[in-house]
Every structure is written in C-alpha cells, then in structure tokens.
Design a protein around this ligand. Structure first.
Ligand code: COA
Length: 348
C-alpha cells in the first residue's frame, strides 16, 4: 500500500476445523422422537459434528487458527514480518469459561503471545461482527494483520432431550486472516451492515450462567442451564433480518442483488436460505450451502461455509460475494467482497 491511498482490510487466508465425530440423523432418531426424514425435509441437515468429552471451543478455534495461519503464510510465500498477526478476535457464545475471554488462550496456543485478543458474543452473527471489528481496527491503523475466528460448541449447552435443537446445531470453527491493503484489491471488504433488536432477547437464550441468575440466592432450575430457542419465530426473524440487512448493504455499496455471484448466509436451515434468496430475487444456485454436512455451527457457520465453497471451487476469484448472518440478541449483519484467490486449507 502506498502512502496516501485509502486503507482496506483484505481477506488473505481461510480455513476451518470440525470435531472427529460425525452424528448422522439416524443416530438422533435412535435416541429421540425424531426421524431422518423430518430433519432432512424441515432443515436440510443430514449430519452434524460434536466434540468429544473433555474437548472445548478453544480446541476447535486453535485447529482452525493453525490451518488459516498456514494458508496465509503459503499465500504470502514466506514467513516474514509481513505475515505477523497482531490481533485475534474470537466470535463465540460457548467460551471455555464464563470468565476470562477465550481468545487470549487461543492466541497463546497459536504462538501469538502478546497480541491483542478478545471475544465477541453475537451468537450466529458473531463472525460478521468479529469481521467488522477486525476490519475497522485495520482500517483505523490499530492492527495490521488480524486472525478472525468463529468457533462454537453448542453440543455443550443443548438439552439432551430437546429433539429440535439437537437436530439443528453442530460444533465447528472457521477462521480468516485479514491484512491491511487497498480497497481495489480482490478480497477487500467493501462494507458492512450491522444491527440488533434486544426486544427479541428471549427467542434465543441460555437463562442461567450469567449475572442475572447468579446474583440471586436461589440456584436456578437445571433446565435453565440449557439453550432454548423459539424456532418458528426465529425462522421468520432470520429471513426478514438477513434479507433486509443484505439489501441495506447492497444499496450502500452500489451493488444490485441480481449481480451477486454467491450469497454465503448463516447456515441455519435450508428453507431459511431459500427464502432469503427469494427475497433478494436470486436463483437458489447462487446460495452456498454446507449445512447438510455440518448443521448450524453458530459463529463457525459462515467461515466454514466459505472454506468449503472455496475448497470445492464454488467460490471463484472475482465473484461478487455477500455474507449475511442472523442470530441471538437478536443480531444481524452483512459484509461484501470480491472473492480473492486465497490459498485455502481444506476443512478437516
Ligand atoms: N423431529 C420431529 N418433529 C419435530 C422435531 C424433530 N426433530 N422438532 C420439532 N418437531 C415438531 C414440533 O414439535 C411440532 O410438532 P407439533 O405440530 O405436534 O407441535 C412440529 O414439528 C412443527 O414444529 P414447528 O416449530 O412449527 O416446525 P418448523 O417447520 O418451524 O421447523 C425448526 C422447526 C426449528 C426446524 C424451524 O423453525 C427453524 O429452523 N427455525 C430456525 C432455527 C434456527 O435457525 N436457529 C438458529 C438461528 S440463528
């Protein structure tokens, strides 16, 4: 970048990590009052992955981080000062502990001791919020190169008897590296739209574990430790919020919906994705879909979908790509970029 030019955050590495254990719909059907057919037709999900006892979110975040740092080094062609990460932002709603944040431990295990590191909690929108935060710090000059990770292990907070949430959620992590660059470069993040509406706080919640319940004398009932979701209301809000956020961003950056090559929406439910494509006037084949393989991996969802689509050639250099997410809070957010040609480590 030459002096005087405008600065942008540019995507220059991408990767993901999944736990070793895949849980097919048939395994849930053997345990709960559900069927493979119901899950496939109502959600599009065939399987999800879950961590083993003793594993935690940071383990997946570190695995994704290792892969993406390796991809960024390969893309840069050398292990130089230019590849040194000075910021780690971890989007998660299942941190290893309520306190402290998980990002500093992840940074240390990646050999990034001393760098700025913090968590962001925006549930399924977490990755877009983290991307916007890291990109803003890069354009402001506060950071030069950022590792942005989305990682969640919802298997640790689901009610084992809840057939709906068990069918939808899976564990996983995805990550990108952003570097300072020029807005005209492929990979430059061209804009963001972020929003929230706390009126919908109770649609997606874990009632216990935070200060609201811990500060009372009576221990909370056991069920309050589990994640709860009002599925139908969330479905409707997800379609509305992602479509509106995408349209707001497209208008801001001067793109037309019809020009989008790929939409990488939060992988919640294939029917939600189809409805968003419909709202944007796009054919379904513009959607990137990997939820059939991984389920809803919360903050890991968008970067894992990006990594899968980049690895299998669905995302091609130069494509106009829109990311859009929706999640608890309620929160929503979108980002846009022209797809670069980063070296992508396959998701493992
Ligand atoms: N197997 C079989 N039946 C199930 C089931 C399962 N795994 N989960 C729910 N059902 C049942 C319900 O109990 C209900 O039964 P009833 O009619 O006897 O009461 C029936 O299916 C329909 O439930 P409903 O909630 O209306 O279904 P739906 O078509 O809305 O699908 C979701 C349910 C949860 C799949 C859907 O609402 C959804 O995907 N919501 C968004 C979830 C999400 O994306 N969350 C994260 C957002 S960030």
């Amino acid at each position: 970048m030459t002096a005087g030019t405008q600065r942008a955050a540019v995507l220059c590495g991408l990767g993901g990590a999944l736990p070793a254990t895949a849980v097919p719909n048939s395994a849930l059907a053997a345990e709960l009052d559900t069927t493979d057919e119901w899950i496939r037709t109502r959600t599009g999900i065939r399987q999800r992955f879950v961590i083993a006892p003793g594993e935690a979110t940071s383990d997946l975040a570190v695995a994704a981080g290792r892969r993406v740092l390796e991809s960024a080094r390969k893309a840069a062609g050398a292990d130089t000062e230019e590849t040194a990460v000075d910021l780690v932002v971890l989007a998660t709603s299942t941190p290893d502990h309520p306190c402290p944040a998980t990002a500093p431990a992840v940074a240390r295990r990646l050999g990034l001791t001393g760098v700025a590191a913090f968590d962001i909690g925006a549930v399924c929108t977490g990755f877009v919020y983290a991307l916007a935060t890291a990109a803003s710090m890069i354009t402001a000059g506060t950071a030069r190169r950022a590792l942005v990770i989305g990682a969640d292990t919802f298997s640790t907070i689901l009610d084992p008897a809840d057939r709906t949430t068990r069918a939808i959620f899976g564990d996983g992590a995805g990550a990108v590296v952003l570097r300072a660059g020029d807005p005209a470069e492929p990979g430059a993040l061209l804009g963001f739209d972020l929003g929230s509406d706390g009126a919908g706080e109770e649609l997606i919640t874990v009632p216990a574990g935070g200060s609201r319940q811990r500060s009372t004398a009576t221990p909370p009932p056991e069920r309050d430790r589990y994640f709860t979701m009002q599925g139908r209301a969330v479905f409707n809000e997800a379609v509305l919020s992602m479509s509106k956020s995408a349209e707001t961003l497209l208008a801001r950056i001067g793109w037309r919906g019809a020009d989008l090559d790929r939409v990488v929406a939060h992988q919640a439910n294939v029917r939600i994705l189809r409805a968003v494509a419909d709202q944007l006037g796009l054919p379904e084949d513009r959607l990137v879909i990997n939820l059939d393989r991984v389920g809803n991996t919360v903050a890991g969802s968008i970067p894992l979908a990006l990594a899968d689509a980049a690895a299998d050639g669905t995302l091609r250099p130069g494509d106009k790509v829109l990311l859009t997410g929706f999640g608890g809070g309620l929160t929503w957010g979108s980002a846009a970029l022209r797809w670069p040609a980063p070296y992508v480590e396959p998701v493992a």
